[in-house]
Design a protein around this ligand. Structure first.
Ligand code: ZN
Length: 367
């Protein structure tokens, strides 16, 4: 199997178009056309994880965090990033990062956190804007069914749990072809009027070219007429953070104990408890302090994330409880997620979860 086949699987689930603008997800070292000898799943592609890959004879490390994040102008091994990159390149190890694109899907990083806590009725906390477009196209009536099917097949017409969503109206299309054209209906140089169907479908922005190609491949006209409109609609399936609820309310202290047990925490930093039962909970793996306001607006009584700064803790302002459970700790089950995506789709392939705990943060909790 080629590395490209694994990349295709990962990007079908978490398209690169879903990553944030500052991110650098994708293939960072190595070549997509290499034969893959095995995969290590990790949060961080540090040098010791790459050594683990080599020791197993594996040449693909799939990491949540892109170790190559910013532009570099030298590659001299002066820091852990350059050391890892040099090691990967010298040993023909491919590093693939699946970062905010995996954060931004409903069954990604945050779903793993939600499952650990037992949240139900989960949905995206802050939908990502500009991820949907509307395609309107015009087709002769006898060709409409085939066209709709091709658009659906290419990924159009999905709204929440509904697929094959479209809207149609009938009308008259008119055109006059030049003397150089090859019209399938009518005569060159003479105005033609045709009974046509106006077909409207919604589609994810990143599938635009794929869907337009599908349209062109089945449309009978030499020059199909179609329009693409950007939409301001929220995409329920793509965005940051996850909101959900517990089946029954529990006390704040019970929730803290649940977090401690489920995430193996030595310590939890949190804001003042409000002495009320909690049921509505927001989560965001990794650095999620930018979502404090969104969590509060969505009615969360408790927001679980990491990397909250001193002044950001004040933002809770007794509206909700903020809990900082640690960056690595909050994302640790992403390794299981990556492992399960690959093993479910390639059951007999060599895949391992790293045994290296890459967390750079340690806690002294007394002796
Ligand atoms: Zn992270």
């Amino acid at each position: 199997m080629q590395i490209s086949q694994i990349i295709q699987l990962l990007e079908t689930k978490a398209p690169l178009a879903f990553q944030e603008s500052y991110d650098n997800a994708g293939l960072l070292t190595g070549c997509a056309d290499w034969e893959c000898s095995g995969v290590i799943c990790t949060l961080d592609a540090t040098e010791n994880v790459l050594q683990e890959a080599k020791a197993n004879g594996y040449n693909l490390v799939i990491a949540h965090h892109p170790i190559l994040f910013k532009g570099i102008k030298q590659l001299t091994g002066k820091n852990y990033i350059e050391k890892a990159l040099i090691y990967a390149i010298k040993n023909d190890i491919a590093i693939y990062a699946i970062h905010t694109n995996l954060d931004n899907i409903a069954d990604g990083v945050n779903k793993m956190i939600a499952e650990r806590i037992g949240l139900i009725n989960t949905h995206i906390l802050l939908p990502k804007p500009n991820t949907l477009v509307k395609l309107v196209c015009f087709v002769p009536l006898p060709n409409a069914t085939k066209l709709r099917e091709a658009l659906f097949e290419a990924g159009a017409g999905q709204i929440g749990e509904y697929s094959e969503v479209s809207f149609s109206t009938n009308g008259l299309g008119g055109f006059k072809s030049s003397l150089l054209a090859n019209p399938v209906i009518g005569t060159r140089g003479i105005r033609e009027i045709v009974k046509e169907e106006r077909v409207e479908v919604i589609l994810p922005t990143h599938l635009q070219y794929q869907v337009v190609n599908a349209l062109k491949s089945v449309h009978p006209y030499e020059e199909p007429a179609f329009d693409i409109f950007p939409l301001l609609n929220e995409n329920q399936l793509v965005g940051s953070g996850l909101m959900g609820e517990l089946p029954e309310p529990i006390s704040e202290k019970e929730l803290l104990i649940l977090l401690q047990v489920q995430f193996g925490l030595a310590v939890i930093k949190h804001t003042q408890l409000l002495n009320q039962p909690v049921q509505k909970i927001a989560v965001c793996g990794g650095s999620g302090s930018s979502l404090i306001t969104a969590a509060s607006r969505a009615g969360a009584e408790f927001y679980i994330t990491a990397d909250i700064k001193y002044h950001e803790f004040f933002d809770a302002d007794k509206r909700l409880v903020l809990a900082d459970i640690g960056h690595w700790e909050s994302e640790q089950y992403t390794i299981d997620l990556l492992f399960s995506i690959i093993t479910t789709n390639f059951p007999n392939f060599a895949v391992l979860k790293t045994t290296v705990r890459t967390n750079p943060v340690h806690y002294f909790v007394g002796e």
